[in-house]
Design a protein around this ligand. Structure first.
Ligand code: NAD
Length: 497
C-alpha cells in the first residue's frame, strides 16, 4: 500500500486523501509515497487550531517557550540519521550534504533558545519628569511559512522556531515534492513538549497557499521559493493586509581576480557550483574570470577537478552530489546547456547524459562546465538550478561588477582575490545582499540574518536572526507617569517636549 504523507493539525497527524500527489525518489525515478494536498476543510482546521492555541501560548513566559526548543534541539540531534535518510529519499541529496543542512537548521533552533534575551525590549528611564518609556515586542498571532523543496529541513527551521518562541502560533506549508522530513521534524517538536495547535503542518499546493494568503486570521507570511511565486505571494499577502517577507531565486556570480589563488578558487567553486546538484539558492553558477590568464587557468584546472566528481544516490556517502528533483527539472537543466551551446558558448565538460550504474531511471545530470558565456544568452539570465557552472570572461574588475549589478537577482556573490583593497571595494559597492571574500557560500550564521537584494527578496526584513525577531513581533511603546499623590499637571496645549 502506498504511504500517504498527511498533515499535523492540533498535535495529531491527519490524512485527507481527497487529493494526493506522487512523491518521487529522484535517484530511482520511482514513487512509493504520495502526499496529501490539503482541502479547504483541512486548512480551516489548521487555522482554527492555531488560533485556539494562541492566547495561552502568547502568555507563556519566554523562558518556558525556549525550554521546548532546548528539548527539540536534542531530539533533532538524536534523530539526525532518520531525518537525513528522509531528505535523501525524496530530495536526493547525499547524506553528508543533508547532515550539513540539518546542522544549519539546528543552529536556528539554538538561536531561538535565546528568546528571553531576544525579547527583552528597550527601556528609558526619565524621558521627562517622572516619565519612563519602554518598547516591548509582542507576537503577531497566527503566522504562516511556505517553503521550497531544496532545503526541506533547514528552510522551515529558518522560520518556525523563531516565530514560535516569539509567542506566535504557526502553520507551515512545506514543498509537496519532499514533505516527509519536514513533517517528521514537526512531530519531534510536538514530542519536545509543544502544546497542541502551536505548530501545524499542512501539505498542499496553490490551493492551500491561497487560503494562507487571504484568510484574515493569518497575520504574517514568510515565503522562500522561486522569484515568480515570491512576487505573487508578496503582492497577494500585502493586498490582504499581511506582513510578508518573500525570498526568491538567484544567479550567484564569483569573480576570479588575476591575483587569486586559482587552486583554492577551483576547490571552493567546485563545491559551491555542483554541491547539492546546484540546487541551492546560494550556489555559485557563474564564474567571472578577470583577464584571459585567469580564465584559461580556471577552465583548465576546473576541468581537471571535475574528473573526480561522482553523481549518484543519496545513501552512498562517497558520491559528491545526487540527482535533480524531478524528471521535468532534469529536462529543463539539459535544455539550458543545449541553449548555451546553440548560442555559441563552449561546453567544456558535458553532464547532460551521465551514466549512473543501477539507477537508469534516476533524474541525474552530471557536472557541466560552459566557457565563453555572455550576458545576452538565455542560459546566463536564468536560474538554471542544476550542476552547471558558466564561465564569463571579462577584462576588468569594473566590468565584472557591472555584470553582477545589472543582473535581476542579488542573492549571493563572492570574490576570489589576495588584494584587500579590491575585496573591500567589491563588498562596499556590489548590489547583492550576501557577499563572500574568498568564501564561496556566504550563508549568514543563525545570529545574523539571511536575504538577497533586488528580485531575490520582496519585503523589508531578511529571514531569521535579528531581522527574524523583528519580523515575527510588533513593537509596542509605552510611556508611563505615576504622579506623586496630590500633584496635578496643568493644562498644556503645546506638543509635549
Ligand atoms: P517554488 O517557488 O516552485 O515553490 C516554493 C513553494 O511555493 C512551495 O511550497 C510550493 O508548493 C509553493 N508554490 C508553487 N507554486 C505556487 C503557486 N502558483 N501559488 C502558490 N504557491 C505555490 O520553488 P521550489 O522549486 O520549491 O524551490 C526552488 C526555488 O527556491 C529556487 O528558485 C531557489 O533559488 C529558491 N530558493 C530561494 C532561497 C532564498 O533564500 N532566497 C532559498 C531556497 C530556495
Amino acid at each position: 500500500m502506498t504511504n500517504v504523507v498527511g498533515h499535523l493539525i492540533n498535535g495529531v497527524v491527519v490524512n485527507d486523501t481527497e487529493r494526493t500527489q506522487d512523491v518521487f525518489n529522484p535517484a530511482t525515478g520511482a514513487s512509493e509515497t504520495q502526499v496529501a494536498l490539503a482541502s479547504k476543510k483541512t486548512m480551516e482546521d489548521a487555522i482554527a487550531a492555531a488560533e485556539a492555541a494562541y492566547p495561552e501560548w502568547r502568555n507563556t513566559p519566554a523562558i518556558k517557550r525556549a525550554r521546548v526548543m532546548f528539548r527539540f534541539k536534542e531530539l533533532l540531534e538524536e534523530n539526525a540519521d532518520k531525518i537525513c535518510a528522509l531528505i535523501g529519499q525524496e530530495h536526493g541529496k547525499i547524506s553528508h550534504d543533508a547532515a550539513g543542512e540539518l546542522q544549519r537548521g539546528i543552529e536556528n533552533v539554538e538561536f531561538a533558545c535565546g528568546a528571553p534575551e531576544l525579547l527583552k525590549g528597550e527601556f528609558s528611564k526619565n524621558v521627562g519628569p517622572n516619565i519612563d518609556s519602554w518598547s516591548e515586542f509582542q507576537p503577531l498571532g497566527v503566522v504562516a511559512g511556505i517553503t521550497p523543496f531544496n532545503f526541506p529541513a533547514m528552510v522551515p527551521m529558518w522560520m518556525f522556531p523563531l516565530a514560535i518562541v516569539c509567542g506566535n502560533t504557526f502553520i507551515l506549508k512545506p514543498s509537496e515534492r519532499d514533505p516527509s522530513s519536514t513533517l517528521y521534524i514537526a512531530q519531534l517538536l510536538q514530542e519536545a513538549g509543544l502544546p497542541d495547535g502551536v505548530m501545524n503542518v499542512v501539505n498542499g499546493d496553490k490551493e492551500a497557499v491561497d487560503v494562507l494568503l487571504t484568510d484574515e486570521r493569518i497575520k504574517a507570511v514568510s515565503f522562500v521559493g522561486s522569484t515568480p511565486i515570491a512576487e505573487y505571494i508578496y503582492a497577494t499577502a500585502n493586498a490582504n493586509g499581511k506582513r510578508c517577507q518573500a525570498l526568491g531565486g538567484a544567479k550567484n556570480h564569483a569573480i576570479v581576480m588575476p591575483d587569486a589563488d586559482i587552486d583554492n578558487a577551483v576547490n571552493q567553486l567546485t563545491g559551491a557550483a555542483f554541491g547539492s546538484s546546484g540546487e541551492r539558492c546560494m550556489a555559485l553558477s557563474v564564474a567571472v574570470a578577470v583577464g584571459d590568464e585567469a580564465g584559461d587557468a580556471l577552465v583548465a584546472k576546473m576541468t581537471e577537478a571535475m574528473k573526480g566528481l561522482t553523481v549518484g544516490a543519496y545513501d552512498n556517502a562517497s558520491n559528491d552530489f545526487g540527482p535533480v528533483i524531478t524528471a521535468a527539472h532534469k529536462e529543463k537543466v539539459q535544455g539550458y546547456i543545449t541553449s548555451a551551446e546553440q548560442d555559441g558558448a563552449k561546453i567544456v565538460v558535458d553532464g547532460r547524459d551521465p551514466k549512473v550504474d543501477g539507477y537508469d531511471n534516476g533524474f541525474f545530470v552530471g557536472a557541466t562546465l560552459i566557457d565563453n558565456v555572455t550576458a545576452n544568452m538565455d542560459s546566463y539570465d536564468a536560474e538554471i538550478f542544476g550542476p552547471v557552472l558558466q564561465v564569463v570572461r571579462v577584462k576588468t574588475m569594473e566590468e565584472a561588477m557591472k555584470l553582477i549589478n545589472d543582473h535581476e537577482y542579488g542573492n549571493g556573490t563572492c570574490i576570489f582575490t589576495r588584494d584587500g583593497e579590491a575585496a573591500r571595494y567589491f563588498s562596499d559597492n556590489i548590489q547583492v545582499g550576501m557577499v563572500g571574500i574568498n568564501v564561496p557560500l556566504p550563508v549568514p550564521v543563525a545570529y545574523h540574518s539571511f536575504g538577497g537584494w533586488k528580485r531575490s527578496l520582496f519585503g523589508d526584513l531578511h529571514a531569521y536572526g535579528p531581522d527574524g525577531v523583528r519580523f515575527y513581533t510588533k513593537r509596542k511603546t509605552i510611556t508611563q507617569r505615576w504622579p506623586s499623590s496630590g500633584v496635578r499637571e496643568g493644562i498644556s496645549m503645546s506638543f509635549p517636549s
